[in-house]
Design a protein around this ligand. Structure first.
Ligand code: SAM
Length: 230
């Protein structure tokens, strides 16, 4: 059997897992992460769940064809609901909107409050960080990857207190400290986008446009300050 090769985003996700006993991959879809984890002995067992039956079947077929079906267990259902009676120690939720990730965690908070979480929200990344820090988690490490003009941030949370500055909700502390080159590209990309939005918002003098411009200017200032430190 040929070794499973993951793309950059999925590789960054499994790198942050490190090693775990029992992992849950919520919204597993293709099943690449779940199967990679057991094949590389990074997890003893993975519960791969999906709300969509066709998506879950993709993972089920993939696990069967690769001989992993005893260690990759497919469960159909919404979020962590199918995990109610199961033991696990780490949860991955990747490739979904930040609002959906927060909803999934909120709805099963009793199941996840003492677990390690690896999250890769497609949107509202600051909201995800805020929600978890407000609910007893701290960020231990983050990764950022670029695929063409898309940037993906992957966050690892464990239970604990984190007394970071408010800028930690927007960008990973470890990546800023390491002066990660992809984070620099991301900040430059955000600054350019924000400056274009400021130009557009400056064409109107309505109260809404003025408020929006003020907000955008605050964001641009943060990006510039962070870039100045590079
Ligand atoms: C874009 S795919 C991401 C797949 C994979 N996690 C990745 O990062 O490549 C999102 C998957 O999440 C599933 N999904 C969406 N809402 C869900 C929910 N509430 N519970 C479980 N799975 C969900 C979708 O059916 C889909 O298969």
């Amino acid at each position: 059997m040929k070794k499973l090769i993951l793309d950059q985003r999925l590789s960054a996700i499994v790198d942050l897992v490190g090693k775990a006993d029992i992992v849950v991959d919520v919204g597993c879809d293709h099943g690449y992460v779940a199967n990679y984890l057991v094949e590389e002995n990074l997890a003893k067992k993975v519960y791969a769940t999906d709300i969509s039956e066709p998506s879950l079947r993709k993972n089920e077929r993939f696990a069967y064809n690769r001989g992993n079906d005893q260690r990759v267990i497919s469960l159909l259902g919404d979020g962590l609901v199918p995990l109610r009676d199961k033991d696990f120690d780490l949860v991955i939720i990747a490739g979904m909107g930040g609002d959906l990730i927060i909803k999934i965690l909120q709805e099963s908070f009793d199941l996840v409050k003492d677990k390690t979480l690896i999250l890769q929200p497609m949107t509202q990344r600051d909201q995800v960080r805020k929600y978890l820090v407000a609910n007893g988690f701290k960020i231990t490490k983050e990764a950022i990857v670029r695929d063409k003009n898309k940037f993906y941030e992957i966050m690892k949370f464990i239970p604990g207190k984190d007394l970071g500055s408010s800028c930690d909700y927007y960008f990973a502390k470890n990546l800023l400290e390491e002066k990660d080159p992809v984070l620099k590209e991301y900040l430059e990309h955000l600054l350019e986008k924000t400056e274009n939005y400021i130009k557009k918002a400056s064409q109107s003098q309505s109260i809404k446009a003025i408020k929006r411009r003020e907000n955008l200017e605050r964001q641009a200032k943060l990006y510039k300050e962070l870039l100045d430190d590079y």
